[in-house]
Design a protein around this ligand. Structure first.
Ligand SMILES: Nc1ncnc2c1ncn2[C@@H]1O[C@H](COP(=O)(O)OP(=O)(O)OP(=O)(O)O)[C@@H](O)[C@H]1O
Ligand SMILES: [Mg+2]
Length: 364
């Protein structure tokens, strides 16, 4: 990397470095990691950044990615003291919006967090400065849709309004918390970076319906291939290609709310290889739990690579659970061994290969 003599060296980590750190905790999801790393790099350099909306099926890593960013900022020297981050569930916002002024809850949390970081002696002005430059993760943002099954969802509407108030607003009236003196003032919260994420269950099906049998029927043209001498027609559907803002309006996210996002990032469903990585690399996976358990009883767990592949494959058929299916599948595989490790162990080693996995899965 070369910088001209006029340009000062960058004061924030490069997107590539941030992405490298995040990829230690998040498997796959390259696009989402890239987007978030770029935003973070800009944000840490004090530049203005647009908000991000992440959409991806359940269990594909949205919360894991948010958590990875929090940990990265906490663990990286020089960044911990420079960034104030909060992560909250969207539906809490609805409840909090019923009390107090809209948007106030978000700023109060940021203030609390800044105070934890900088210490209770820090002047309120300084805490406010930190808070309004913070990063806010809003998880499960799909839960605040304005309607569910045709009926209005009051808490959702309130929560969207609360977020609207605090996103890109140059003058929010705010009453300081009691510990900060309960004063009323006006805050410019426009520097805040919001990263919202949700599974938006049902979105995939509704977009598919729109382009096949619904409003835009016929848009998705079948692809013709020849297989074994037979002409076969396939509908290749990819949400990334077909998702429009209107689909999110229909889902119950208001146009004003969506207008606050610069980009929408779609997380991919996890492949069998990615599931294998998660299983053997991510410390909270069922594999590591079982490994420690066997060790605690004086045994070693030896799981062959093929067995891991078979487990990941079984998990990948349960699309609605994402990586959470790994735990479910592995429970079925490991239960009998955990119950009586001695019965299966040879020389203190519990060996599990494909036949053992097959047998356990067949048993259910
Ligand atoms: N891409 C991934 N990389 C690493 N671990 C993952 C990934 N996706 C899922 N996991 C693992 O699966 C579990 C569930 O993932 P996570 O909570 O991130 O899902 P989510 O996308 O937030 O789902 P939901 O929409 O249901 O909240 C976690 O324990 C996590 O370790
Ligand atoms: Mg989640």
């Amino acid at each position: 990397m070369s910088h001209s003599t006029q340009t000062p060296p960058p004061t924030s980590p490069a997107p590539r470095d941030i992405a490298g750190a995040l990829a230690k905790r998040v498997i796959g999801q390259r696009e989402a990691i890239q987007e978030i790393s770029i935003s973070l790099s800009k944000k840490l350099a004090g530049l203005s950044v647009g908000n991000l909306l992440m959409i991806g099926s359940s269990g594909t890593g949205k919360t894991t990615l948010m958590r990875a960013v929090e940990l990265y900022l906490e663990e990286t020297e020089g960044l911990a003291m420079r960034s104030t981050v909060v992560r909250m569930h969207a539906n809490v916002l609805g409840e909090e919006a019923e009390r107090g002024r809209p948007g106030e809850a978000v700023l109060h949390r940021l203030l609390e967090r800044a105070r934890e970081q900088l210490g209770p002696e820090t002047p309120v002005e300084e805490l406010l400065e930190r808070a309004r430059h913070g990063i806010v993760f809003v998880d499960e943002v799909d839960k605040i849709r304005s309607q569910v099954g045709g009926k209005p969802n009051t808490l959702g509407i309130k929560a969207q309004e609360a977020l609207l108030t605090v996103m890109e607003n140059e003058a929010i009236p705010l009453v300081l918390p009691t510990w900060a003196g309960s004063r009323m003032l006006t805050v410019d919260s426009s520097p805040l970076l919001f990263v919202c994420g949700g599974a938006f269950e049902g979105l995939y099906d509704s977009v598919y319906d729109r382009v096949t049998v619904g409003r835009d029927r016929g848009s998705l043209q079948p692809v013709t291939t020849v297989e074994d001498g037979q002409v076969v027609e396939h509908l290749l559907f990819n949400l990334r290609e077909w998702l429009r803002n209107e689909d999110l309006f229909d889902y119950g996210m208001s146009p004003q709310f969506l207008a606050r996002f610069d980009s929408v990032v779609l997380l991919s469903d996890l492949t069998v290889e990615e599931l294998m990585h998660i299983f053997v690399k991510i410390p909270d996976s069922g594999y590591f739990q079982a490994k420690s358990y066997f060790e605690s009883r004086g045994f070693r767990l030896a799981l062959s690579k093929q067995a891991v592949h078979r487990i990941a494959q079984a998990a990948s058929t349960q699309k609605r659970l994402g990586a959470r299916a790994l735990k479910e599948v592995f429970r079925r595989v490991i239960r009998d061994y955990e119950f009586d490790p001695g019965a299966a162990a040879q020389d203190g080693i519990v060996r599990i290969d494909v036949p053992q996995v097959e047998a356990a899965l067949k048993k259910g």
